[in-house]
Design a protein around this ligand. Structure first.
Ligand code: HCR
Length: 381
């Protein structure tokens, strides 16, 4: 059983939802989901999932050997997958449809780093509404680590009514004091369990984690097949770009569970057990003191409606937000200007991405995300 939320079978809302999936247009926000699979959380908050444990994200910065740093980055990356892709199942019983962020929406959060005076700070911003694109920048007070990226989704529906999602965008992890950067490509995914009313995410294809020092990791994903395989499975291999056939490290397991990274002699060099590491919740300002563009403040009444299952309130409050967004866009058009993004700049090409992506034959798709989004150099969080 994948989740605990089951629709009353045959209920009108469920039937309507299945119909809405079959006539799906490719825009996830157009899916009319029944109240029990609506989330009170906006997609801008999902950027926080990159920090499942602050210590794991900053750990590579204090490792002196580049090869061992690449292993620590691989460990950190795999450890984030559980939060990113299965935390709604664990907290709310099934995957939920997040609130669709408006242009300029912000989610600002912090995490203290245990044992230090430093903290990780996140600025997540909706940089495009059509197509929907969220950008994020996470950095620590001491500027030893910086993770910046953006993502949009291209969705389609299969004949078996699974929603297939290609993520567009990427993340760049930098250790500025070491002058080292990593490209992280994003996995594809699909939503299973829709017909049975317990949706959950399964990852597809692969992720590359490519270091400027030449180490490349490929994480390949698979799920439970008809005859074999386990849900949420992965295998990972690491090599150096100059000797692609020589596998230096390997790992396999379930990204929702514990895993071990082994060297070529099958000796364990790193391991992770999500049950034994803390998952501190990010510190977010009180709603009353938040900027009006901050997610929890802007969506407060909609979120109340979702939690109470009061769809009239949800509809009414959503219309207020949508109408005010329409007015803003109208005024911008009349004045011949566009919305100013607070934390991100748009590029046509990013040389850091180009250099790292060439090692694995990846290409940016700026036409699908309204550009390539990078953190503004001067903007303090
Ligand atoms: C696909 C998804 C929205 C996008 C979410 C993303 C890809 C956003 C960026 C994060 O870094 C990682 C991430 C994690 C989520 O797993 C993924 C969401 C899962 C479901 C949601 C769909 C829009 C929900 C469809 C609604 C179903 C339940 C009917």
């Amino acid at each position: 059983r994948e989740g605990t939320t089951t629709p009353q079978s045959g209920s009108t809302s469920w039937t309507g939802f299945i119909k809405s999936i079959s006539s799906f247009s490719g825009d996830l926000s157009s899916l009319t989901a029944p109240p029990f699979i609506l989330s009170p959380t906006s997609l801008t908050e999902y950027s926080a999932y990159w920090v499942s444990d602050p210590a794991l994200l900053v750990a590579p910065a204090s490792i002196s050997d580049p090869e061992q740093r690449a292993v620590a980055v691989l460990k950190w990356f795999i450890s984030t997958l559980k939060q990113q892709y299965s935390s709604r199942n664990e907290k709310m019983g099934s995957e939920k449809k997040p609130l669709n962020p408006f242009l300029g929406e912000l989610f600002l959060a912090k995490w203290p780093i245990a044992g230090t005076e430093s903290a990780l700070e996140l600025a997540s911003e909706q940089v495009s509404h059509h197509p929907p694109v969220t950008a994020y920048n996470i950095t620590d007070t001491d500027k030893t680590v910086k993770l910046t990226g953006y993502n949009g989704q291209k969705a389609s529906v299969s004949k078996t009514l699974a929603i297939t999602i290609k993520q567009v965008g990427h993340a760049i992890l930098e250790f500025p004091k070491l002058n080292e950067s990593y490209l992280i490509t994003l996995p594809a995914l699909h939503i299973e369990g829709l017909v049975s009313g317990s949706p959950y995410v399964e990852l597809d294809k692969h992720t590359y984690v490519v270091s400027s020092t030449g180490f490349v990791s490929k994480i390949s994903y698979s799920g439970k097949g008809w005859l074999s395989g386990s849900k949420n499975s992965f295998t990972a291999n690491t090599w150096h770009k100059d000797s692609p056939k020589k596998i230096l490290y390997a790992a396999e397991g379930q990204w929702t569970g514990s895993f071990h990274i082994l060297d070529s002699h099958k000796k364990e060099v790193a391991s992770h057990d999500p049950a034994t590491v803390p998952h501190p919740t990010p510190v977010v300002a009180d709603i009353a003191s938040q900027d009006p563009l901050e997610s929890r403040r802007a969506w407060q009444k909609v979120a109340e409606g979702v939690k109470k299952g009061d769809m009239d309130l949800v509809g009414h409050e959503k219309t207020i937000i949508e109408e005010s967004q329409r007015q803003l866009r109208k005024r911008e058009k009349e004045e011949g200007r566009e919305w100013t993004r607070r934390y991100f700049d748009r590029l046509d090409k990013d040389p850091v991405f180009e250099r790292l992506a060439s090692c694995v034959g990846e290409q940016a798709e700026p036409d699908k995300t309204g550009g390539i989004w990078v953190a503004k150099a001067t903007k303090a969080l």
